[in-house]
Design a protein around this ligand. Structure first.
Ligand code: PLP
Length: 436
């Protein structure tokens, strides 16, 4: 496979952009590649690189592209919106429509504020939770990622872990001490810690997908709800990935657990820059200008993002069979992968929720960050490399999930399974060389 244009672009990019990329996982460093693939265009389930190679895309821009790339109706909505101007810095009717549509999907949301990224939405949700409770400390879970604002960058999952760090440099000790962390799923520790400390909020990915995908036990979420309600702690579900993906109403619909605040992103912008946070009226009314918690944004509620988000969510809402189809397709693929794991006696296990899955190279079920860290790097690298050589882009880090879309066809699935078989053969050969 010729990727010389990507190589040349990377050499050039490193001179002007830190590490040659604008978001770290894109650099392909953790899968020991000398340079990443530079993408020129995308359509449906496919990506096309700068050398003209075509790939089946299992990244989906890390979540937004649930309908596939450049869905014709989304594209039309965006084109129409562009004709009318790209940013006004004043309110628009479509923002109101989007807020109303989101409220129909997420019954826990009385009011919604749009932002430009998931990072900004999570940061603002934590700020308003602190103001609402009058408490400083927050609790998050190891390996859950909530964007890159200072107080949420502690044990923050994929992007950091990919480069073997748990926390970011450049964050003050003062900020770090107000962010407490616990292993995901350990409800006893949550109960104890929330007795010992005054906690403003507990924030979590109800379906964690930034330490690879974790299959949450519904009881954990229900117990978190019970504890937070009893102790006056704001419960925040970060559904930037799971929102509109695991179900139209996200993980909260799937598990039947209602948070106080919800953070959204990715699909709500249909592939354009966006984020949102919303929830109970009494909390959201503390946001400026109704209340004293400041939040603002030059491009908040950007008309192009709103048009793409509206169209994407309307399609999902009007066609519930999309979710059934996605679950079925992904389920069949995962079953095929599990059969191959058995056939080739690979030390691997697959976590799967809806259209998300992760292959962990470990014999044990992965339930938390320690489990994910303990999985085999070399086997993941061989898997990544073989998939790429066979025209399939899977996440360039063992700490990320595969994202499938409505545009992936049965043929795509067959190709993915056949490439996975080749990857497992390569892993087998490598193990033989190592005398296992
Ligand atoms: N929350 C979760 C669960 C995410 O996965 C991400 C990004 O991947 C974010 C927040 C941050 O969103 P953004 O990248 O739009 O800032």
């Amino acid at each position: 496979m010729n990727t010389s244009n990507s190589e040349k672009l990377y050499i050039k990019a490193k001179k002007s952009i830190p590490g040659g990329v604008n978001s770290p996982v894109r650099a392909f460093m953790s899968v020991k590649k000398d340079y990443p693939i530079f993408i020129r265009k995308a359509l449906g389930s496919r990506l096309y690189d700068e050398d003209g190679n075509e790939y089946i895309d299992c990244i989906g821009s890390w979540g937004p592209m649930i309908l596939g790339h450049n869905h014709p109706e989304v594209l039309k909505a965006v084109k129409n919106a562009i004709e009318e101007g790209t940013s006004f810095g004043l309110p628009t009717g479509r923002e109101v429509e989007l807020a109303e549509l989101v409220k129909k999907c997420f019954t826990s949301i009385d009011k919604l504020r749009l932002t430009t990224s998931g990072t900004e939405a999570a940061m603002a949700a934590v700020r308003v939770a602190r103001a609402f409770t009058g408490r400083n400390r927050i609790l998050k879970f190891e390996g859950c990622y909530h964007g890159h604002s200072d107080s949420l960058m502690v044990k923050a999952g994929s992007g950091l872990l990919t480069f073997e760090h748990q926390d970011s440099n450049g964050i003050t000790e003062g900020v770090m001490k107000d962010t407490l962390t616990l292993p995901f799923g350990d409800i006893e520790k949550v109960d104890r810690l929330t007795d010992e400390e005054d906690i403003a909020c507990i924030i979590l990915e109800p379906v964690p997908a930034n330490m690879g995908l974790i299959e949450t036990e519904g009881e954990f979420l229900a117990k978190l709800r019970e504890i937070t309600e009893r102790k006056g702690i704001v419960l925040i579900f970060d559904e930037v990935i799971s929102g509109f993906r695991t179900a139209l109403g996200g993980a909260q619909q799937m598990y039947g657990v209602v948070p106080d605040l919800t953070v959204l992103g990715k699909i709500i912008g249909g592939g354009y820059p966006v984020g949102a946070f919303g929830g109970k009226r009494e909390i959201m009314d503390m946001i400026s200008p109704s209340g004293s918690v400041y939040h603002a944004g030059t491009l908040s509620g950007n008309p192009i993002s709103v048009a793409a988000g509206m169209k994407t969510i309307s399609i999902l809402k009007g066609n519930p069979e999309i979710y059934e189809e996605l679950d079925r397709k992904t389920g069949n693929l995962v079953e095929g992968i599990r059969n191959l794991i058995g056939k080739y006696k690979i030390k691997a296990t697959v976590n799967h929720v809806g259209s998300l899955f992760t292959i962990f190279f470990s014999e044990n079920k992965v339930k938390d960050l320690d489990g994910a860290i303990g999985t085999d790097d070399e086997m993941y690298n061989i898997y990544f490399d073989t998939m790429l050589k066979n025209g399939i882009i899977v996440p360039p880090s063992k700490y990320e999930a595969h994202f499938l879309s409505a545009a992936h066809t049965e043929k795509d699935m067959e190709k993915m399974l056949s490439a996975t078989e080749k990857a497992f053969e390569e892993i087998g050969k490598c193990r033989k060389r190592q005398g296992e």
